[in-house]
Design a protein around this ligand. Structure first.
Ligand SMILES: *Cc1c(COP(=O)(O)O)cnc(C)c1O
Length: 371
């Protein structure tokens, strides 16, 4: 039973179509690391991973070993690249769960090598280079010696090298410079007879904007979920997630009456207010107060006053045909109207990533099956 009318609908066919659109764009020489970290950007790890597995993704990309373990326990067999630095004392988890580490730290590499030797296995690893993100990885000058050191560890097989872009959606010149740096580095390794099976750098924005960044793997996240890195991005993807609720109460208020905490909304004239079963504890952020709009029937209605912990009010204006029980689209499409994760992000002063990943995991996800 769902007593509280708040739910997320996940369109798995859209996910499949987006995967295909990415495949068409990158061509058949390049593979895909499907990035499903943080509960698949809030879409639900297991159903999303199942669909991507059917679509024959080459890798999964995750940040947490916890989520990787969830996939392994469900018998996913794809390689899983952990896209972060893990402390040396957890190196054994990579062997236990057959995970591929990002290697940026020699102490981690030594711990992994020791554990692998004990177990009699050879572990794969991807080295990360920092070409301008300033987060994880060695800079171009350090990485050469680092790789030579790693080569001495006999139970590690360096199969990959990668880098990441901080501004592939916004700074063309900087990204091009990063791509050139990375390419030069790979060439320099080749000259020393050091070859990597997997060379990758492209996130969603780079997949859209920089074909020269495809190399032999790409790492899409956002566009898999049908969210464009920029509104005018040229790639046909369809949003996968919708967030819906219902009107649970309707009332008339007089001119001058105020709505919600802090009394930030005052009716300019007699109007009708609908109360919705969604609030900031669900991830419908408080900053959306007096800013966001919702779709009910064929209309767009503004949030009136502050978003509460589990309630939000909207001003129905003159509409008399909207009653308790009516469906409300908070994120998604209805008829000709649409509210995208990008719209909500603009109203909230954030990015669409934060909109979908902050939707509470308590909200039921309903998966529309593919017929
Ligand atoms: C999350 C992540 C991605 C995916 O980024 P999108 O912008 O969602 O495509 C790619 N690479 C790394 C290292 C990441 O952490």
């Amino acid at each position: 039973m769902m007593y509280r009318p708040l739910w997320i609908e996940i369109d798995l066919k859209a996910l499949r179509d987006n995967f295909r659109a990415i495949k068409r764009r990158i061509g058949n020489k390049t593979g895909i690391i499907a990035t499903v970290k943080q509960n698949a950007y809030g879409h639900g790890l297991l159903p999303v991973a199942r669909e991507l597995s059917r679509m024959k993704t080459d890798f999964f990309g995750l940040e947490s070993i916890e989520e990787a373990v969830i996939l392994r326990r469900q018998n996913f067999n794809e390689p899983i690249l952990i896209l972060t630095a893990i402390l040396p004392r957890f190196a054994s988890a990579f062997i236990q769960y057959r995970l591929t580490p990002t290697i940026v730290d020699i102490n981690f590499a030594r711990a992994l090598n020791r554990e692998a030797k004990n177990k009699g296995v050879i572990m794969p690893g991807h080295v990360k280079v920092d070409t301008g993100m300033g987060r994880l990885g060695l800079n171009c000058r350090e990485v050469f010696d680092f790789v030579l050191d790693l080569k001495k560890l006999r139970n590690i097989r360096l199969e990959g090298i990668y880098t990441h872009f901080p501004a592939a959606d916004a700074d063309k010149a900087f990204t091009k410079q990063q791509i050139a740096l990375f390419a030069a580095l790979v060439e320099a390794f080749k000259k020393e007879n050091i070859h990597f099976k997997y060379i990758h750098c492209a996130n969603s924005a780079a997949i859209v904007n920089f074909p020269e960044s495809y190399l032999n793997l790409v790492r899409p996240g956002l566009i898999l979920y049908g969210i464009k890195p920029a509104p005018r991005a040229k790639l046909a993807v369809v949003p996968v997630l919708s967030l819906k609720t219902r009107v649970i109460f309707v009332k008339d208020i007089a001119e001058g009456a105020t709505v919600s905490y802090g009394r930030t909304y005052a009716a300019k004239k007699k109007t009708r207010i609908a109360t919705l079963a969604v609030g900031y504890a669900d991830g419908y952020q408080r900053i959306l107060s007096n800013r966001a709009k919702v779709i009910i029937k064929d209309g767009l209605f503004p949030v009136a006053g502050r978003v509460c912990m589990d309630h939000t009010m909207v001003d129905l204006g003159g509409r008399k045909d909207i009653k308790a029980g009516e469906e409300v689209v908070l994120l998604g499409k209805k008829g000709k109207r649409e509210i995208s994760a990008g719209d909500l992000a603009d109203w909230a002063g954030t990015i669409p990533y934060e909109i979908t990943t902050c939707l509470s995991s308590r909200i039921p996800r309903i998966y529309k099956k593919i017929k």
